[in-house]
Ligand binder design. Structure first.
Ligand code: MG
Length: 366
């Protein structure tokens, strides 16, 4: 039988039907992957438009199918397929999966919250979910190269926050936005906590109206209510969750470098030394709305949260952060160790850290 690959000693090509059966992808899916550039046929018949594939393309086709089963978006599959080495491809999948898990944790909490809210069980049965307590520590350090400390760190019974100020009034800006959140610490607002947090950030932004051009701040903050927390985030300060020995980054940087990474235009290695590392896509400034990410999370006893500025994360790797947070010691010790590590790595920037440990409340008198 004549096929496009049968002459000149070339390998026999598979028709799209045969290739679809062997790869367990539908011909429709194969046409889609072709149009997206994920899997280009070895040959397309000029007259009939039929697609033909080489047998050695089966592995790539199966990889696409597996990544689709993982739920990976097509643009991200492209990043895996074009990775320079299998190790880079593996890292891309690991990073996608860590984000998916963190996202799932947040969605789980939101679903649980909505179910309780709609079934009326939350206000009717206080005490069925014992409020967890947190033990916390916060510190901001000037680092080794800056003349001023524009980072602010705060931890209280209900509110945890870090902010990294920039521009001429950066110190005042990072302090002011956290100040604007503190009323939430004194009295939990009635109603929707997510809206209350978003509104507080809006007011924080308004408080910077006269700060002058170029002045602004990032903000990553958590507000606790019982066993849940509302996370609000703008910029490249970060929140991490250490749960069962694994570290999850639960915020997504609003930075130019993160956007380039998301689009697959640079590798994680290139991101580390990128000249535009500190350029932000979003910040709280006086010149417009901050557009924060706001999400709801369910906390568990044993969870450890870290909020930190880029003065830590640009010089201390996630693996070292995980090991440091996993080591024995209270929140105070963890904060001190992380700041020491950043300074030992050169301390090029201000460093803000907040660590909070979630625990069952101590049993009261019977
Ligand atoms: Mg910084």
């Amino acid at each position: 039988m004549a096929s496009p690959g049968s002459g000149g000693g070339r390998v026999d090509l598979l028709t799209i039907g045969a290739f679809a059966r062997a790869s367990r992808l539908s011909p429709k899916a194969l046409r889609l992957y072709d149009s997206l550039g994920l899997l280009t046929p070895a040959h397309v018949d000029e007259v009939s438009g039929y697609r033909f594939y080489r047998p050695d393309q089966l592995e790539q086709a199966r990889m696409v199918a597996w990544l689709r089963r993982l739920g990976m978006p097509l643009a991200r599959i492209q990043v895996v397929l074009t990775a320079g080495t299998p190790e880079q491809a593996a890292r891309e999948i690991a990073s996608y999966w860590a984000e998916t898990e963190a996202e799932l944790i947040s969605r789980q909490a939101l679903a649980a919250h909505l179910i309780r809210y709609l079934s009326g069980s939350e206000p009717a049965m206080p005490g069925t979910r014992p409020a967890l307590t947190i033990r916390y520590a916060a510190r901001s350090d000037i680092g080794r190269h800056r003349e001023r400390n524009q980072d602010t760190a705060y931890a209280g019974r209900r509110l945890l926050a870090v902010a990294d100020g920039m521009g001429a009034g950066g110190e005042a800006a990072s302090a002011a936005v956290i100040e604007a959140l503190k009323p939430l610490e004194a009295a939990l607002p009635a109603g929707n906590l997510l809206n209350a947090m978003a509104e507080a950030v809006r007011q924080a932004g308004a408080s910077l109206a006269d700060a002058g051009p170029g002045t602004g701040t990032t903000l990553t903050a958590m507000l606790w209510s019982g066993s849940q927390l509302v996370l609000v985030h703008v910029g490249d300060t970060r929140a991490y969750l250490l749960r069962a020995g694994e570290l999850f980054q639960i915020t997504h940087d609003h930075s130019v470098v993160q956007a380039l990474l998301d689009e697959g235009k640079i590798t994680p290695e290139e991101a580390e030394s990128h000249p535009q590392r500190s350029l932000l896509l979003r910040a709280i400034a006086g010149d417009g709305p901050a557009d924060p990410d706001v999400s709801l999370h369910d906390a568990q006893a044993g969870d450890r949260y870290l909020l930190c500025s880029d003065g830590l994360t640009t010089v201390v790797s996630p693996g070292v952060i995980r090991d440091t947070l996993s080591a024995p010691g209270d929140a105070e010790q963890a904060v001190a160790q992380l700041i020491d590590l950043a300074n030992q790595a050169g301390g090029p920037d201000n460093i803000a850290c907040v660590v909070a440990d979630v625990a069952e409340p101590r049993p009261g008198p019977v």
